[in-house]
Design a protein around this ligand. Sequence first.
Ligand SMILES: [Zn+2]
Length: 358
Amino acid sequence: MVAIRYEDIVKVPKALLHDHLDGGLRPATVVELAAEVGHELPTTDPEALGRWFVDAANSGSLERYLETFAHTVAVMQTAPALRRVARECALDLAADGVVYAEVRFAPEQHLEQNLTLDEVVEAVVAGFTEGAAQAAEAGTPIRIGTLLTAMRHAARSQEIAELAVRHRDTGVVGFDIAGAEAGFPPTRHLDAFEYLQRENFHFTIHAGEAFGLPSIWQAIQWCGADRLGHGVRIVDDITPGQRPVLGRLAAYVRDKRIPLELCPSSNVQTGAAASIVDHPIGLLRDLRFRVTVNTDNRLMSGTSMSREMALLVEAFGYGWKELQWFTINAMKSAFIPFDERLEIIDEVIKPAYAKLLG
Ligand SMILES: [Zn+2]
């Protein structure tokens, strides 16, 4: 097998379903925006700050990992700041060869300077549109869909679900809930999920990351999630061995082709997996679950889509065939209309991988 070069991974089209806007800022942008609003940072040297984010997120606990977001969210409280962060996100993903991305954020966390929820969404979508236009000019076109996240410990999910539906024709393609999993089951937000189902809208739920099977079961069987944010703990329902045996929930997830938004580096940082080599993605791929590869928080994990792919190549010996499979899985699982997904698969992804597969 010909060794896969990192620069070729960057060039090949990739699709990303799970990326947080407030987890992907450029360190230099955090420094500049913090200076504008007088927010104190652990350091104002962009390089050192980038390292600080990764180190803080490496602590192994989801709660501490979430603390790092206090700094990024603090500098994303005005329309120009949100717009800039979204524009740079689009440009960074495009430069990394991502051709389709769903980027999520929680509008309720950006109201400290009295923006309305609608103004927050409009600023972010405008930033994505601007960034995508600039990326196309630079020869690296990207399509971005926005997901609106509600915080699972809060009580605004119905409001945020309505906000998402209100903006469905102008860039918002789905809904999500996120935040500390333990103690905040997705069923707390049942009204919001039932509302979204009645509106024929799409949603994913962070479940099965820090917390195990009950969370995944609720997300799917009570809330009706289209996809699982992480869902990595589904392996707890699989008995390993020569012929692994699937429990009823794992079998259901695989039978129904429910997409798993796996985030290898992030899962290692939060302790959901011991290391990349030990990450259940290897087993889940072998068993042909609908596995997708994602970045989660590029700033906190010091990562990119290409880096996640490269880590998997290194750990599991994957080749272009597997990378194409992950990419098509993600594209099939996207929240944009079916014909538009197909167009990206047939006209962008397959031709590019065909050249590499020879
Ligand atoms: Zn996430």
